[in-house]
Write a protein that binds this ligand. Structure first.
Ligand SMILES: Nc1nc2c(c(=O)[nH]1)N[C@H]1C(S)=C(S)[C@@H](COP(=O)(O)OP(=O)(O)OC[C@H]3O[C@@H](n4cnc5c(=O)[nH]c(N)nc54)[C@H](O)[C@@H]3O)O[C@H]1N2
Ligand SMILES: Nc1nc2c(c(=O)[nH]1)N[C@H]1C(S)=C(S)[C@@H](COP(=O)(O)OP(=O)(O)OC[C@H]3O[C@@H](n4cnc5c(=O)[nH]c(N)nc54)[C@H](O)[C@@H]3O)O[C@H]1N2
Ligand code: SF4
Ligand SMILES: [Mo]
Length: 737
């Protein structure tokens, strides 16, 4: 049934007249769409509700979805432009084979799938089952994530499966599990509204989770005090009550000193600590020497500001602490996270209205995708692949003997190292562009070149896909039914708006076809996504991420259900821990002692400047999708080196001058953007670009020992102005690669 697009007033209402969106009378020059489909944005973890407009099986535009409770129609620039990728000329329409010396040639599906299957078998016969590895991603729905985990273990029978969340949420996940026994934001974001104090640390919310700022503004309107911790004066910091410009890699010193201050000034919730936690004494003992003066020397933040922040946090009745990758992308990412959690537990402000804590999940399905078993150490429901009972249960659901279930495999970065060592010879990747997104990408490229066989499933020919022997043309978010779990923990429905174009195929069809060829067809004969979800429900039953009680219908009727939801009559759990029964074995929340240690690489005479990396508002991750959308490229066409005027002066660097940045891993050139909004000892480069524009030519592959996340947020570099000036988007006529 054709539905009319929303009225011009609705468009104005959702973006605000100040943005100067011209109201459109229907669609001038365009026919009325056939349909509008309520689904979610394919990009970040906010998973904003959106309506896609469809004409002749093509997505031709969008309308706000005003009723969806989180974003209420609001969208950021990426959400507004996302529909542009559907009819993109670069869209892969058929499988491709790389022919040496000739490039990619189309190949039929049967031949492509046969080739993949025979190569998997050849490599596993020659080198053992784990010599074939799989990398997956969490832009994939819950159904696809679950399917990938089952595919690796049951059809390919390899232990070596990991996912791109390894670059993203794992430090938070590990910290949350240690402290709470469960890995989810404690409250939905509406609880921000009446928090008295909010700490946002290592999260550039206005650029990376723009629609979340609405809830922060609501809180501000209600009088909330805002503390922002970031080496840069990010947009959110400009309105904050206190901005703590932390030196990259020193957060745990800051949180430790704040904790000591709370203890010394009697701002602890003793009742909560005594009855609902363990480990407090050891945790306080660990920070006994962390005076404000010491913290100032380590973090570079004035001690008065640290004191003010501790006072505000300590005296509040309600509060929320949010963090993202700024504190997690470290070789002590888990310790940073635990440092934050210690502050929350010490004040007992969790499990109550307007009192919460959480990591802000990054990728579209960063939450659900880290629960259902495509991590190297995990089975569905956030079960542990090394736990005998968990293994027995999942083997039962999958109908295989428990000993056949592979054990724990290598993490994403460790897989790259194993390829270098010659232990891993084959790779299948889906929804992951490691050549751009992993650190030290010269090393990653060498690994890809060493593989005997590489197959990539994507809808665009990503930079990594160019190294593939076979590229399988997969599907976009809006081309299959499914579910994702938002950063709040709300499981929502993704709708199929159109079918894959040309000869492209749905991701789930491709995986099932491969499984059948590998002899596991009887375990991969799902009729549709709902059938996969129903098996996932059973597989997650009794796990900490329990989805058993969630059904497609229930999600649709309620615009989402918060897990855990253990039974069909359970309403879901927007706010965790109201009963103070934590998901740990002893039911208590656990303090964890944290002592400061340095980042893996500190500055010295040779590399005297701190380098940190991250994001800009109009580009997304490795950029495969957003670098193809004209308006987003126009907004930010290239990575710039953010540098403070004083540091620029020291090296005689002028605005837009090309600067050569060198680390122990490589060299890359970026135009300078001289700004006062960054620390004087630190430079920042966004990482969304490949090749010569890639920040990951410079970054370091040191991992957190627990979470195995790479240290994207801090390494040491040196700077050299090259006397060359380019126009935006232009590449200088020289470079490192
Ligand atoms: N526009 C856009 N939005 C996105 C994405 C995107 O690619 N583009 N990606 C999505 C994904 S997957 C993710 S993970 C999230 C990431 O979201 P964020 O974590 O918000 O993004 P980043 O820019 O990686 O890092 C955040 C901030 O950390 C700061 N920082 C650097 N080092 C330190 C440090 O040592 N301590 C502290 N406290 N802060 C530090 C940086 O200055 C930066 O402002 O964004 C999601 N949303
Ligand atoms: N220096 C530096 N590096 C970083 C970071 C940083 O802050 N600094 N951040 C890290 C973080 S937090 C993250 S999350 C990673 C992300 O890094 P990646 O996961 O490698 O980045 P994506 O761009 O999401 O790559 C996903 C690929 O999958 C494809 N894709 C998307 N959706 C689908 C789908 O539904 N089906 C199929 N078949 N393919 C799909 C896209 O076209 C793209 O080619 O980067 C990390 N790298
Ligand atoms: S905030 Fe995230 S989910 Fe919402 S429109 Fe922007 S990219 Fe999409
Ligand atoms: Mo991420």
């Amino acid at each position: 049934m054709a539905r009319l697009p929303a009225s011009p007033e609705k468009i104005i209402a959702s973006y605000g007249p100040h943005l100067n969106y011209a109201p459109r009378e229907g669609y001038p020059g365009r026919d009325e769409p056939d349909d509008s489909v309520k689904t979610h944005c394919c990009f970040c973890g906010m998973q904003c509700g959106i309506q896609l407009l469809v004409k002749n099986n093509k997505v031709v535009g969008f309308e706000p979805w005003m009723e969806f409770p989180f974003n209420q129609g609001r969208l950021c620039p990426k959400g507004v432009e996302r529909y542009m990728q559907d009819n993109h000329p670069d869209r892969l329409m058929e499988p491709l084979q790389r022919v040496e010396g000739e490039g990619f040639k189309p190949i039929g599906w049967d031949a492509a799938l046969d080739k993949v299957t025979s190569e998997i078998k050849r490599i596993q016969t020659a080198y053992g089952p784990n010599a074939f590895s799989i990398l997956s991603g969490v832009s994939l729905t819950n159904e696809k994530s679950y399917l990938m985990g089952k595919f690796a273990r049951v059809a390919v029978k390899t232990a070596n499966l990991d996912y791109n969340g390894r670059l993203c949420m794992v430090s938070a996940g590990a910290g949350n599990k240690k402290a709470f026994g469960l890995d989810r934001t404690s409250n939905n974001y509406t609880d921000l509204e009446h928090a008295e104090v909010i700490i946002v640390t290592g999260a550039n919310v206005s650029e990376t989770f723009p629609t979340l700022t609405y809830w922060l503004w609501r809180a501000r309107d209600n009088g909330a005090k805002l503390i922002v911790v970031d080496p840069r004066v990010i947009p959110l910091a400009r309105t904050a009550d206190i901005h703590l410009p932390v030196k990259p890699g020193t957060d745990s010193a800051l949180y430790g000193a704040m904790l000591k201050y709370l203890a010394d000034h009697d701002m602890l919730d003793h009742d909560f600590i005594d009855h609902h936690t363990t480990g407090f004494d050891a945790t306080i003992a660990a920070v006994q020497d962390y005076t404000l003066e010491w913290a100032e020397a380590v973090t570079g933040i004035e001690k008065e500001k640290i004191q003010q922040a501790a006072e505000l946090w300590g005296r509040a009745k309600t509060s929320f602490l949010l963090h993202a990758r700024g504190i997690e992308h470290h070789s002590k990412g888990v310790e940073n996270v635990l440092g934050c959690i210690n502050l929350v537990l010490a004040t007992g402000r969790i499990g109550r209205p307007y009192c919460g804590y959480g990591t802000i999940t990054g990728q579209g399905n960063g939450q659900g995708g880290r629960e259902h078993g495509h991590k190297c150490d995990q089975l569905p429901g956030n079960r542990d692949i090394t736990n005998p009972a968990d293994r027995q249960y999942i083997a039962g659901v999958w109908g295989i003997p428990e000993p056949e279930l592979p054990g724990k495999g290598l993490t994403a970065w460790e897989l790259i190292e194993a390829i270098h060592r010659g232990e891993v010879k084959g790779l299948l990747s889906i929804c992951f562009n490691p050549l751009v997104s992993l650190p030290n990408n010269n090393y990653v490229r060498e690994a890809l070149e060493k593989l005997e066989f590489y197959v990539c499933i994507d809808f665009f020919l990503s930079e990594t896909a160019r190294h593939a022997d076979i590229v399988l043309a997969g599907s976009l978010h809006e081309e299959e039914e499914g579910t994702v779990t938002t950063a709040e923990g709300r499981v929502v429905r993704i709708r199929r708006a159109v079918t894959p174009p040309g000869n492209a195929r749905a991701d789930t069809d491709i995986i099932q076809a491969l499984a059948a060829r590998l002899g596991a067809g009887d375990k991969f004969n799902f009729a549709d996504s709902e059938a996969i979800f129903n098996e996932l429900r059973i597989a997650s039953k009794g796990g900490t991420a329990d989805y058993y009680g969630i059904t497609y219908k229930k999600i649709e009727d309620n615009m989402g259900i918060f897990w855990p939801c253990p039974s069909e009559d359970h309403p879901g759990t927007p706010r965790l821990w109201e009963d103070k029964k934590f998901a740990t074995a002893d039911g208590k929340a656990h303090f964890n002692p944290v002592q400061f240690r340095e980042p893996s690489e500190v500055t010295d005479a040779e590399y005297p400047v701190v380098l940190t990396t991250g994001r800009v508002v109009s580009q997304y991750l490795s950029g495969t999708q957003t670098r193809r959308i004209g308006k987003l490229v126009d907004q930010i066409p290239e990575p710039l080196l953010e540098i403070h005027p004083e540091l620029a002066q020291r090296y005689n660097i002028r605005q837009r001058e090309t600067v050569r940045v060198t680390t122990r891993r490589g060299t890359a050139d970026f135009p300078a953007n001289i700004v006062e909004t960054i620390r004087k000892d630190t430079v920042f480069i966004p990482y969304h670009w490949p090749g010569r524009k890639s920040a990951n030519q410079l970054t370091i592959g040191t991992l957190d020992p627990v979470s195995k996340i790479p240290e994207f947020k801090v390494c040491a570099c040196r700077l050299e102005p090259l006397g060359v000036f380019t126009k935006p988007g232009e590449i200088p006529a020289f470079g490192s690669i």
